[in-house]
Design a protein around this ligand. Sequence first.
Ligand SMILES: Cc1cc2nc3c(=O)[nH]c(=O)nc-3n(C[C@H](O)[C@H](O)[C@H](O)COP(=O)(O)OP(=O)(O)OC[C@H]3O[C@@H](n4cnc5c(N)ncnc54)[C@H](O)[C@@H]3O)c2cc1C
Length: 386
Amino acid sequence: MDFELNDQQRLFQRTLREFVDKEIVPVASEWERSGRHPAEIIERFAQLGLFGIAIPERYGGLDLDRVSFSLVFEEIARGWMGVAGVLGSHSLSSWMIARYGTEEQRLRHLPDLATGARRTGIALTEPGAGTDLQGIATRAVRDGDHYVVNGTKTWITNARHADPLPVLVKTSAETPAHRGMSVLLVDAGTDGFTIGRDLPKLGYKGTETCEVVLDDVRVPASALLGGVEGRGMQQVLSAMELGRVNVAARAVGVAQCAYEAALGYSRQRQAFGQPIADFQAIQLKLADMATEIQAARLMTYWAASRSEAGPVRAEAAMAKYFASEVALKTTMEAMRVHGGYGYSQEFVVERLYRDAPLMAIGEGTNDVQRLVIARSLIAGDTVLGW
Ligand SMILES: Cc1cc2nc3c(=O)[nH]c(=O)nc-3n(C[C@H](O)[C@H](O)[C@H](O)COP(=O)(O)OP(=O)(O)OC[C@H]3O[C@@H](n4cnc5c(N)ncnc54)[C@H](O)[C@@H]3O)c2cc1C
């Protein structure tokens, strides 16, 4: 058991940290307040090869080990969680295409997705179904060598820039429902495929989140992910394990930023003739924050590293659940340490406080993570290596 990053991971972390400190931290709060699209940051992600982190080298990607993959999201979220989503959904989907796509689908999409020349996301959620994905209403009906797709998706990150957009559909009414579900890789610009309004959000503002309407969209059968109907639910659930590691890492980054802000503020803010860091009440908060962040970080790296070897259903759920709760708690505590200034848009903790709750919702709510963990425990899975 080794609790240290290896030399390569440490160097990669340092490179990411310098990039984030120089190019994201200075602009994050102002750009999020003004609603500015972070085009320059996205361009830099492309230059650094970050769109290819979950894509094998033979298709032009970086094919990072999973701990390094987590470092990308931890460091970027430490600077601005809002832009981490641009890479998050893209990575999950590009991994899914690499893992489950036919060779033709891989060759068609992955080289461009690896460079960021094209980007992607994933369309699962509908107005009437989020957690209950088996309850989706989007249908794909076979018509010769095409599918005709009708339905509406909502809360779709990156939809406006996605080409292709993997869309979860029902291809048959088979029961149980998950056997009748498939993923179609829908090309941008296909007739009847419309990106609707941007959804107004509490935080997560560097990433666009939209409605998607599919109205008699004709999708070639060759766009069926993996070429076989009925595998969609399994493909999506396994990609979501990677998604949960990514969300856990983002939560660690947000919590780390909140802690650093609280520590810095407590050293310089004076009350009763001394820095507030001298008060035990503040020290206890700092100690709790640092301890919980470290636990969340270790759990995230543990799930990430185990995912190299196979499925990590419970591990990824534990990491995502724990780290996102730590992010919620830490951002609130950092706000308390800042007193009234923590409520000001001129201090970073206000943004962190708005960004943190998404990690408790996205990639499955935390209650759902607890159910996933419980199911593994009851089934007798030895996930913990105890
Ligand atoms: C900013 C943002 C970005 C997003 N990006 C994407 C994206 O790119 N692609 C995408 O497909 N989706 C995306 N989503 C949607 C997200 O994945 C869903 O919101 C999430 O899965 C929850 O689904 P829901 O909102 O329909 O809530 P619901 O499923 O309606 O849940 C409501 C409440 O009921 C609880 N609940 C539901 N079922 C159970 C159960 N069986 N047992 C116990 N409790 C239960 C939930 O925990 C929750 O508390 C995004 C959401 C947001 C806010």
